[in-house]
Write a protein that binds this ligand. Structure first.
Ligand code: SF4
Length: 482
């Protein structure tokens, strides 16, 4: 789709707006004269934005104007003008398509941040905040409510965290096999298991170096999260070594939560669970994604729903902490009825957290390479609608939420918790409440500067073979910390 900008250069806003309605269209910029044929013309004149959208012989127009004065310069000015550009596009696209996307004119991945900021600045409650999201950004009432309720959890977590608290992520990029929708681990994940020994050595070096740096700057760890990959792909001995190194290297005196993902039930053993417990973990994630064996086979998970039940029972026997379970709406071969049965089965087990994801189609996934395309939004909408209607009645509240590019129907991923069982790490990391030190392959360290709202990022190498040969995040982090 050709994009023609007039009176501004807000390319990112234009691309985000285009993607939220037409994810299958790639943006191309048109310079010089206004383009002909399918295109969008986004103009800004003072405090007024306009959009003209031409597609398949039809034309629609939208406008948006600032209510009050526009700041002369700075970030607030840019934010406001970009919002106007997106709103103008949104109005034109709604006219052309005849319906609005679930998140209205909001395009970011962290809508809860906006809701929490509004709550903080106005002192208003979740109902008024949801109303604001709907009026200002045309977010659907259901999504606005999810957002406002998660914003309350964000405020609570922010109040609990102290100034020099940080969150610690440790990445273990290994899995027994690769799920068809995965973009996290390499396509040759089974072959990469041979690198585990060298990977652990490199990770131990990074843990020790990061521990020294954290001590020098008075950082205390509020929450630890072992993710990946599937950390429980490692043996009990390997997990014990890493968790021991971590405990020896960092100040854990203010630790509030310690999560280890055991996403694949085929990697869970009593010995590993005992190790996790002994080393201080108090939250674990066992992720069925679906409880339908046919769907599990279709997405390349080499386990059955029966294995999930067995792993859950084993965990209850050996591990006293909270259990999270992930489900995905929109999987291939799944249907709303089958999703309903999966949710019932998971609820029947009684976990403290349930995270309901929407399938996303990342380009590096096998599903995308096989030409699956972005799955139809209607089925995912029905599945999510069911989950959102059942979970509150079972005592769950939405406590964190995020969006991803290329998700079915443009929907979201939402973490639900029983009262007082929210995950501090998930909230703090997603809402960028405190810095995150992320160790291991694929780690994305974020240094949050709360006074200015600025965030510095350091990215580790993504795949084990390149991470092993790299210095990790510490040298870069050291420069940033000064
Ligand atoms: S369990 Fe997660 S990280 Fe591992 S292959 Fe599946 S989606 Fe990827």
């Amino acid at each position: 789709m050709k994009i023609y900008l007039s009176g501004h250069e807000y390319r990112y806003a234009a691309e985000q707006a285009l993607m939220s309605f037409f994810p299958e269209l790639r943006p191309e910029y048109s310079e010089g004269a206004e383009p002909e044929g399918d295109c969008v013309i986004l103009a800004l004149d003072g405090a007024k934005a306009s959009a003209e959208l031409r597609l398949n012989g039809r034309t629609a127009r939208g406008e948006a104007e600032a209510d009050g004065a526009v700041p002369e310069s700075g970030t607030e000015r840019d934010r406001l003008l970009q919002k106007l550009v997106k709103l103008a596009f949104f109005r034109a696209a709604v006219e052309l398509r005849g319906s609005a996307p679930p998140w209205g004119a909001l395009t970011g991945v962290r809508p809860v941040k906006l809701a929490a900021k509004y709550m903080r600045q106005t002192g208003l409650g979740p109902a008024e905040t949801a109303g604001y999201m709907t009026e200002e950004y045309c977010v659907s009432p259901l999504r606005a409510e999810l957002c406002a309720r998660a914003a309350e959890y964000s405020q609570k977590a922010d109040a609990e965290l102290e100034e020099n608290d940080v969150l610690l992520y440790v990445g273990i990029p290994f899995c027994p096999s690769r799920c068809s929708y995965c973009s996290f681990v390499s396509s040759s994940v089974e072959k990469s298991l041979a690198l585990i020994g060298d990977y652990i050595e490199a990770l131990v070096r990074e843990i020790r170096a990061a521990g020294q740096l954290a001590a020098k700057h008075g950082m205390k760890i509020a929450a630890v999260y072992f993710g990946g990959g599937t950390p429980t792909t490692l043996s009990a001995r390997e997990l014990d070594r890493l968790m021991g190194e971590l405990a020896d290297s960092f100040d854990l005196s203010r630790l509030r939560e310690y999560t280890v993902e055991a996403g694949r039930p085929d990697t869970v053993t009593g010995e590993k669970l005992e190790t996790l417990r002994r080393r201080g973990a108090d939250r674990i994630s066992i992720n069925p994604q679906t409880m339908n064996d046919r769907v599990l086979a279709a997405i390349g998970r080499r386990h059955t729903a029966g294995d999930v039940l067995a792993a859950y029972a084993l965990t209850k026997e050996h591990f006293p902490g909270d259990i999270n379970m992930d489900l995905i709406a929109g999987l291939p071969e799944d249907s709303p009825d089958s999703f309903r049965r999966s949710l019932d089965a998971v609820l029947g087990l009684g976990p403290e957290n349930i995270t309901v994801h929407t399938l996303t189609m990342k380009r590096s996934s096998r599903l995308s390479a096989e030409g699956g395309g972005i799955p139809a939004g209607e089925a995912a909408a029905e599945m999510l609608g069911h989950a959102y209607s059942v979970l509150p009645g079972a005592g769950f509240s939405p406590y964190y939420l995020y969006r991803q590019k290329f998700s079915a129907g443009g929907f979201e991923n939402t973490g639900w918790c029983l009262r007082e069982h929210e995950s501090l790490y998930n909230i703090g990391m997603m809402e960028e409440l405190r810095s995150v030190i992320a160790l291991g392959a694929g780690g994305a360290t974020k240094l949050v500067h709360p006074e200015s709202g600025k965030i510095d990022r350091v990215f580790n190498k993504k795949y084990p073979y390149e991470y092993i040969a790299s210095p990790g995040c510490v040298p870069e982090l050291e420069k940033l910390l000064g």
